[in-house]
Design a protein around this ligand. Structure first.
Ligand code: ATP
Ligand code: MG
Length: 760
């Protein structure tokens, strides 16, 4: 077949072209961030197809995420100028392995319709095994065992193959329990995530005929992000490629960030030994980031030992330096970033305004996300969270809010239904039906119906006792809420405690348990900004109701790990504090391995930015409800000064909106503030910080609903709201305003989110 013209080759530099046009034999592209590895890999697929070297279904291409796979398929299609049907083998390791395993499941004792367990199921199953073995789950949690087993599977060790060095694992019972677990999975016709790869490797190792069949079928193999492959993935690739050896791997040793999950950067460094005669291509021109951003990233990563060391250059214009700013606390950081995003959207100085799609906030830990979500909800800035539901959509948050709803409006039957048997109280369908019937008979709410049912002795046993406890609880909480004796934060904690909801997650030993508890603490913390529970619930429901459709432009919030391979014109990197980034865990470890992985993560973060990169840290941060003082991250010291602009932290000098922020315990904060800014290189910041007047002006919390503002609104008044723009008030209902917006139409908005038009 004659090759069609290849305009895609013209878009490549000579080194990339070489990697694309060297079609026979092993090729390794080892190069720094943004040098066009993924682009070259994609072009290579196109080239293989275009030159007729392989049909779409004869190419095996593995990416790290499903998103990356989709993107790659799209690009291949675009470059070829036609839609690509049937690249069934372009996907993640897991998605490809599921397909393979379904075809040969019987060889590892499964049926082809096997189910894939999620982490919850996995833990539940392990718990059952521990109970059967009379192993105390408190001392030897199932979660820990799951971690150990995952680690073995990452190395493709079946129970028989587990190294004898591991014999002591899990109190010496690990290997035996692993064997039992695998047996149980087989009985259930199920496998877990780690099995997908391990089973396929086992099949290939035991059945050479099957292996040979695939070796012949996959004429070309391509792998992106090779530095993050674990041993099982590596074995799998080596088995498949050892026939024709047409394997092309691309990666960057400086971006290896999954060591904690069993990835071995050694795989990429060993490539030339594994595939003798490999063609190694190095790319040095970065097409993504400005020189300042690149230099800042290089400065940080140079702190790691044992690197291959790659020089990167770019011919893009200098652009802005990397910006660095310290804040008083995490909320102030979120507020400041919110304003920055809006100013980028409006257009700064002489710049044109930019779409929110160009902006991303990349966090080290997912608990950092809520401060941003809350701030953006408040100012009406559209955002998306990648890798997890948005805060207020999470299960535990919706449950907790259902309790609050019953307390603030006891007739809220939907909320009551949601929590009557959450946590489990022995009030299943039958009991709930009884409550329903009784409520209907007396024409009252479910809560009242439950009281009638109890009075009429219509429910007994454990369910009856528990229902009585719940109903009495609600009576108490409702009375407390009315008396306003306690703060609503205290009340919220009492409700969650006494109802058993907090305890339910404390006893939960799944990997999600601790995170859910953290979220509940975060929820209570979020309440502080409101006058009472009701105000809070209204805030959330107003915001959720007015959710816009998916087509809207949004800011992206995601973790650094999830951002691998992606790029954004404007990147914000908050939370650069020792203990958060690098993580406390990596700092506690002996040796530098953990810290070096964190440093690579910092490198990944900075190199996601195309034009503007902003790093920030806070002196005080509330983590899981506890205030903590923090020192600026050690990685900040490693940013080369000539490529960094230190911005004035607005909160420190009582200027800007800082006067309204705060909430950190003052003594604690003052004792360590000098420390916080004492890192070498930031003398300027420290000097300024010391000039700060003593007396902390920030005693009250921000965003209290300003009563004078509420009462001052009248019908017919022209107002402005961040999200909906200008409009006229058509209805005043206490603190809720009905507004007819010029562009957005009629909406209900809390008065606190509105300003008079002439003050906008
Ligand atoms: P990472 O290490 O972060 O995964 P990468 O090496 O895979 O980065 P790509 O994402 O492929 O880099 O490319 C980075 C950016 O540079 C993309 O926007 C891409 O379109 C662009 N680019 C790549 N090669 C070229 C080229 N030869 N000419 C112009 N732009 C290019
Ligand atoms: Mg890439």
């Amino acid at each position: 077949m004659a090759a069609r013209p290849a305009p895609y080759l013209d878009e490549l530099n000579p080194a990339q072209r070489e990697a694309v046009e060297t079609m026979d034999g092993p090729v390794l592209m080892l190069a720094g961030a943004g040098t066009g590895k993924t682009k070259a890999l994609t072009s290579r697929i196109v080239h293989l197809l275009n030159t007729g070297r392989a049909r779409p279904n004869e190419i095996l291409a593995v990416t790290f995420t499903n998103k990356a796979a989709r993107e790659m398929k799209l690009r291949v299609g675009r470059m070829l100028g036609q839609t690509i049907e049937g690249m069934p083998w372009l996907g993640t390791f897991h998605s490809v392995c599921v397909k393979l395993l379904r075809r040969h499941a019987e060889l590892v004792g499964l049926k082809s319709n096997f189910t894939i367990l999620d982490t919850d199921d996995q833990i539940r199953l392990l718990k059952q095994l521990l109970t059967a073995e009379k192993i105390d789950d408190k001392r030897w949690p199932a979660r820990q065992l799951a971690g150990i087993i995952d680690g073995w599977k990452n190395r493709a060790w079946t129970p028989k193959q587990v190294s004898s060095a591991e014999a002591g694992a899990f109190d010496g019972k690990g290997i035996e329990l692993y064997a039992q677990y695998q047996t149980r999975l087989r009985e259930l016709n199920a496998c877990d995530f780690g099995d997908l790869l391990m089973h396929v490797v086992t099949i290939f190792q035991k059945h050479s005929d099957i292996l040979e069949q695939y070796q012949r079928w996959f004429k070309y193999i391509l792998v992106d992000e090779y530095q993050d492959t674990n041993v099982a993935q590596y074995l799998w690739l080596r088995l498949l490629a050892s026939g024709h050896k047409n394997i092309c791997c691309v990666g960057d040793d400086d971006q290896s960030i999954y060591g904690w999950r069993g990835a071995e950067v050694g795989n990429i460094l060993r490539f030339e030994q594994d595939f003798p005669g490999a063609h190694v291509v190095r790319l040095e021109q970065n097409y993504r980031s400005t020189p300042h951003i690149l230099a800042a990233a290089s400065g940080v990563i140079s702190g790691n030992a044992g690197r291959l060391g790659k020089e990167l250059w770019t011919d893009l214009p200098d652009g802005e330096k990397v910006r660095l700013i310290g804040h008083w606390d995490g909320e102030e950081e979120a507020r400041w970033i919110g304003e920055e995003l809006e100013s980028l959207q409006r257009g700064r100085r002489t710049e044109k305004g930019q779409s929110l799609e160009t902006m991303a906030i990349l966090v080290r830990a997912s608990h950092q996300m809520r401060a941003f979500e809350d701030r953006f909800l408040t100012i009406g800035l559209p955002y998306r969270v990648i890798g997890g539901p948005r805060f207020y959509e999470r299960l535990e948050i919706r449950d907790a809010m259902a309790y609050f709803r019953v307390v603030t409006s006891p007739d809220d039957d939907l909320a009551f239904e949601r929590i009557v048997n959450t946590p489990k109280r022995g009030l299943g369908n039958v009991a709930q039906q009884k409550i329903q019937l009784c409520a209907r008979k007396h024409e009252v709410s479910l809560l009242e119906g439950a009281k009638h049912l109890l009075a009429e002795n219509g429910i007994g046993g454990k369910g009856g006792t528990e229902l009585r406890k719940l109903v009495e609880g609600f009576d108490r909480w409702i009375a407390e809420a009315r008396s306003e004796r306690l703060s609503h934060m205290e009340l919220a904690e009492i409700i969650l405690d006494e109802s058993g909801y907090t305890g339910h997650w404390q006893n939960d030993k799944t990997p999600e348990g601790p995170g859910r508890l953290e979220n509940l603490k975060e929820l209570v913390k979020a309440l502080e900004q409101f006058e009472n529970l009701q105000g809070f619930l209204e805030h959330v429901s107003l915001i959720m109701d007015n959710e816009n459709e998916e087509s809207e432009e949004k800011v992206t919030i995601m973790t650094l790990h999830g951002a691998k391979g992606l790029e954004f014109p404007n990147v914000f990197l908050p939370g650069w504090e020792d203990g958060l980034f690098p993580s406390q865990r990596s700092m506690d470890e002996s040796g530098v391995k953990g810290e070096e992985e964190e440093r690579r993560l910092a490198y990944v973060g900075i190199t996601r930015a195309e034009r503007l990169c902003t790093i920030s840290f806070a002196a005080n941060r509330r983590v899981y409800g506890q205030w903590q003082n923090a020192l600026p991250s050690r990685f900040i010291d490693e940013l080369p000064e000539e490529h960094v602009d230190v911005l004035t932290p607005p909160g420190l000098y009582g200027g800007g909106y800082g006067a309204a922020a705060g909430g950190a315990p003052q003594m604690e904060a003052r004792a360590t503030k000098a420390d916080a800014y004492n890192s070498p290189g930031w003398k300027r910041m420290q000097a300024r910080a010391n000039e700060r007047p003593t007396g902390n002006p920030r005693s009250s919390r921000h965003l209290t609903i300003d009563a004078s503002a509420i009462s001052s609104f009248t019908e017919g008044e022209r107002v402005f709201n961040q999200k909906y723009g200008y409009g006229v008030i058509v209805e005043v209902d206490n603190d809720k305003l009905g507004i007819s917006f010029d562009k957005a139409g009629d909406k209900k908005v809390l008065a606190s989110f509105v300003v008079p038009a002439d003050k906008a």
